[in-house]
Design a protein around this ligand. Structure first.
Ligand code: CO8
Length: 260
């Protein structure tokens, strides 16, 4: 399917989604959100697709933020009346149980940083720059920046970034725990696809479960999280893929997964 603001390619079991507004540094307007929600719903519904990668077109930006030009003249009360930005979490993050990776190829600012943090993990190009500069516009993060960034890098760096609006380079982002790996820009998409292919080759239910469990760590007490983990582990122990995975290990062969 063709979209106005994104490109979608299926590469085997991996869906590669590229935000495609390079002239606006891939700024996130309402159409990008609508296109991403649709593309991720298609990805989620297709049993042959097991992992996705989200990146930005061009070498300069993953996404330089929510589209400031779209928001500049919007009547103030509309933001609240429309629960502006709510769909990013409810229709994209929560609706996507399958794993997906953000491949950050340059500026990831404001909403761009926030969308990257919605991914299950971030692989960054060595040119990546992360920031929450909303304070300079007289606002604050509205798509998770104050919450997901603080959980990712801790209070000191999150406060520093939100209050000064400064950018973090890729090396600092990796040191701070915001990104899982840094790779040369030229290798970024290939490396992200390689990671996605590795995930796509895993037993599908186990992939869903591992994602769910790590996310649960941010939502629960330790006791509740440990209980949730044991219950999910026990459920997975009853799957055909667990029997296959253990048999394949013993027989020194690759497992063949059924997703049940
Ligand atoms: N929204 C809309 N257009 C953008 C955005 C954006 N976030 N970022 C860049 N662009 C456009 C520029 O306007 C420019 O367009 P044009 O050629 O038509 O003038 C084009 O992209 C290229 O940008 P620059 O010429 O500025 O490129 P530079 O290399 O000089 O600078 C920067 C790159 C540093 C990334 C710079 O573009 C910049 O600072 N961008 C804005 C970053 C930012 O503030 N992001 C956060 C946005 S706010 C947000 O995400 C959430 C909350 C907002 C609430 C607002 C309520 C009113």
């Amino acid at each position: 399917m063709d979209y106005e603001t994104i490109l979608v390619e299926q590469k085997g079991a991996v869906t590669l989604v590229t935000i495609n507004r390079p002239q606006a540094l891939n700024a996130l307007n309402s159409q990008v959100l609508a296109d991403l929600i649709h593309a991720f719903a298609v990805f989620e519904a297709d049993p042959a697709q097991r992992c996705a990668v989200l990146t930005g077109s061009g070498d300069k930006a993953f996404a330089a933020g929510a589209d400031i030009k779209e928001m500049a003249d919007k009547p103030g009360a509309d933001f609240y009346a429309q629960d502006f930005f709510a769909d990013w979490t409810s229709k994209l993050v929560k609706a996507t149980r399958k794993p997906w990776i953000a491949a950050v190829n340059g500026f990831a600012l404001g909403g761009g940083c926030e969308v990257a943090m919605m991914a299950d993990f971030i692989i960054a190009a060595d040119t990546a720059r992360f920031g929450q500069p909303e304070i300079k516009l007289g606002v604050a993060p509205g798509m998770g920046g104050s919450q997901r960034l603080t959980r990712a890098v801790g209070k000191a760096k999150a406060m520093d970034m939100c209050l000064t609006g400064r950018m973090m380079d890729a090396a600092e982002a990796e040191r701070g725990g915001l990104v899982s790996r840094v790779v040369p820009l030229a290798d970024l998409v290939a490396e992200a696809l390689k990671a996605a292919e590795a995930i796509a080759a895993m037993p599908p239910l186990a992939a869903l479960a591992n994602k769910e469990l790590v996310n649960a760590a941010f939502e629960t007490t330790l006791d509740q999280g440990l209980l949730h983990e044991r219950r999910v582990f026990q459920i997975l122990a009853a799957t055909a893929d667990k029997a296959e995975g253990m048999a394949a290990f013993v027989e020194k062969r690759a497992g063949v997964w059924q997703g049940r």
